[in-house]
Design a binder for this molecule. Structure first.
Ligand code: HEC
Length: 294
């Protein structure tokens, strides 16, 4: 019997299934670039060539066989092979329209007068069914024995990639320094979040002071810069010279320049706004009204 599916349908579909499976498996290994690896490419080429050769040999055998067949059988085979490839393919997948009309087995259930037509299942259905069995077997074992589709492994890979991206982002993002940082309105909110995380334990969330001084009044212990914002930035960056409790967040690398700019914006904002906390720590340091005159 000659193969009813021509090679030019068979080969592309076969190859696309292989490529799809490779894609699915390698993707979970984070090695998708292996798909264009010389080994994979030559594997695909060799498969294509061997399929063509098989088809060719098959054809030869078929022709040889034809010579020894009786007239009647030959006629039957020619009938089966009539039409072009597409017609035969159609006949294979769906039903042979000729066979449908006659020769269908009828099952008489007798008691209810209903007669059941026992049509052959269409090939597309049968093959789809086989495909699901193969697919589930592949999926089952690869899920069981390999990292394929393993949520923990996928999480690990995604997490590592995320860390790498953050590292690259931080490397390529210039950090604010005391020279180029200045008060920005839109940084106040994110600055508050960072202040709550890093500073509120000693200064209170509203900056009214606790172990550390009140940051909302005009009294300052540390006055290293001639500008309030720069002074705040400088203390957070360098810490306090006279009290190590206020540590050098910037210098030690604990907080990056961009985040210090945000925190400084928040501190500057709560210091400058007219509404002050009701409860606050007693003033410490010098009262400063004009920073430029320090
Ligand atoms: C472990 C407690 C602690 C933490 C955490 C802390 N501070 Fe301080 N902070 C202090 C102390 C104590 C001082 C007083 C230093 C001195 O006497 O010179 C101070 C001083 C300051 C000053 C200068 C005040 C002045 O009058 O000179 C600023 C501004 C400041 N802190 C901001 C911050 C910010 C912003 C953070 C968070 C990134 C922070 N602090 C975290 C304890 C802390």
């Amino acid at each position: 019997m000659r193969s009813r599916i021509s090679s030019f349908i068979m080969i592309p579909s076969f190859l696309s299934v292989i490529i799809f499976m490779l894609y699915v498996f390698f993707r979970s290994y984070d090695r998708i670039s292996y798909l264009v690896h010389p080994i994979t490419v030559s594997f695909l080429i060799i498969t294509t060539i061997s399929l063509w050769i098989l088809e060719f040999i098959n054809n030869l055998i078929f022709r040889k066989k034809l010579q020894f067949l009786a007239e009647e059988e030959k006629k039957k085979i020619f009938e089966e092979n009539e039409g072009n490839y597409f017609y035969r393919f159609y006949k294979f997948i769906f039903h042979d329209p000729k066979k449908m009309s006659d020769g269908v087995k009828k099952i008489d259930h007798g008691f209810d007068g209903i007669i059941e037509l026992d049509n052959q299942l269409p090939m597309w259905w049968v093959h789809l069914f086989y495909l699901t069995i193969v697919f589930s077997a592949i999926y089952f074992f690869s899920y069981l024995l390999m990292d394929f589709s393993n949520p923990y492994k996928e999480y690990e890979i995604a997490y590592k990639n995320q860390l790498k991206e953050i590292e690259i982002f931080e490397k390529n993002t210039p950090q604010a320094t005391i020279e180029n940082a200045f008060f920005k309105d839109h940084l106040i909110n994110s600055g508050k979040i960072l202040f709550d995380e890093n500073c509120a334990t000693c200064h209170q969330s509203d900056g009214s002071g606790n172990i550390g001084p009140n940051l909302t009044d005009d009294y300052w212990i540390n006055t290293k810069e001639k500008d309030l914002f720069k002074n705040i930035f400088s203390i957070i960056w360098n810490g306090s010279d006279n009290n190590p409790t206020m540590r050098a967040f910037g210098k030690s690398g604990e907080i990056k320049g961009n985040d210090i700019e945000k925190i400084s914006s928040y501190v500057y904002f709560i210091n400058q706004k007219s509404k002050k906390p009701l409860i606050y720590k007693a003033p410490q340091g010098k009262k400063i009204t004009e920073w430029s005159r320090i």
